[in-house]
Design a protein around this ligand. Sequence first.
Ligand SMILES: Cc1cc2nc3c(=O)[nH]c(=O)nc-3n(C[C@H](O)[C@H](O)[C@H](O)COP(=O)(O)O)c2cc1C
Length: 373
Amino acid sequence: MDAAPEIVDNRYLHPLMIGRMRLRNNLCLAPMAGFTNVAFRLIAKEVGGCGLVATEMVAALGNPGTQNESRFRILTQNVPQEKPLAMQVYGREPDLCAATAAALDRAGADLIDLNCGCPVKKAKQSGCGVALMREPAQVGAVVKAMRAAVSPKKPVTVKMRLGYDAQNRNMLDVAQAAIENGADALFVHARTGESKHGVPVDLSGVREVKELSNRLTGGRVPVIANGSMETAAAIRAAKDEAGADGYQIGRAACGDPWLFRNLIAELTGGEPYLPTYSERRALLARHFELILGLFGEERGVRVMRKYTFFYCNGLPGVRKFRDRFQRIETPPAFYSLIDDFFTHLERGGADGDVEHLNLFERGSAEHNNEHGE
Ligand SMILES: Cc1cc2nc3c(=O)[nH]c(=O)nc-3n(C[C@H](O)[C@H](O)[C@H](O)COP(=O)(O)O)c2cc1C
């Protein structure tokens, strides 16, 4: 059922126990609001072979009544092929977070994570996301309540940063509070809350968290490194310099689900996998069908614009076709655009405009969102 390859006898890639849950390999898809819906996750699993996929965060800010429960089901869809599935709680009140975690458990989550990393203004103002990094005791209280509310066989985890900002680099206090209150793993974004994505990751902070976990739990609580883990070199460094037990990848997987497969190949001595143009075209079409099934035609077409951009990024002509990507209004327009685009590529496509646009930093509401973590 689980399409992730089980990788054995490898220093960097291997099965991973998180609490009582076993992942077939330790490559994880990071939660990304606006991106990691079931279509994206299925493709990351089937094409890439990552060991764990995640939904976006779910706010625990109101009363989790029936309406919310149906919203959670929309997030999960309960598709067996994508399992195991992580879902994430965003909030700060232990009771509300616990009630939300229990609802996610009922909705089919296999692992339930607490967001202590989101750096947007709203999170900071409401004491959620990265603001929780300033309150280790609160993190402990939330984890304890979530742990008590979730089935014992399902892991409860924390996704954290190295601190609220560079002046408050207190990841050890937060990690200790999380572990002592029952966290089964820590996903550590190796930056503090004010750092932009371009800032190099600080693996020494991950190493300190890993050493703490070794001291407190004998290594039973794995530490999974996050932040620009998109190359084999970055993964080797996370293991060799920080002792990371796994790697969580976000932005680089958008439009490149083959990334996981490439990393597996490269780190296990195989050849990198380069998709042909026709494979890219076929996967775009499959992704579109999944998105239409999920969102319906009108919204699905709009949602697909950003994925199309990501899939075509870095290929010749992406700039030339950009306006057309942005104007897709109907499924036939989508198919005719990808036909034109890939025909252009197959004919050589060379008009000197191979370009890798930084789609996360364009600031456009269409391709970005306010998380930008
Ligand atoms: C568009 C976008 C949405 C995100 N949404 C979430 C989220 O819902 N929960 C979360 O913990 N992190 C979220 N993140 C942060 C990522 O999970 C990840 O920590 C970050 O992008 C760094 O990893 P990367 O360098 O592999 O992208 C988001 C990031 C982006 C770019």
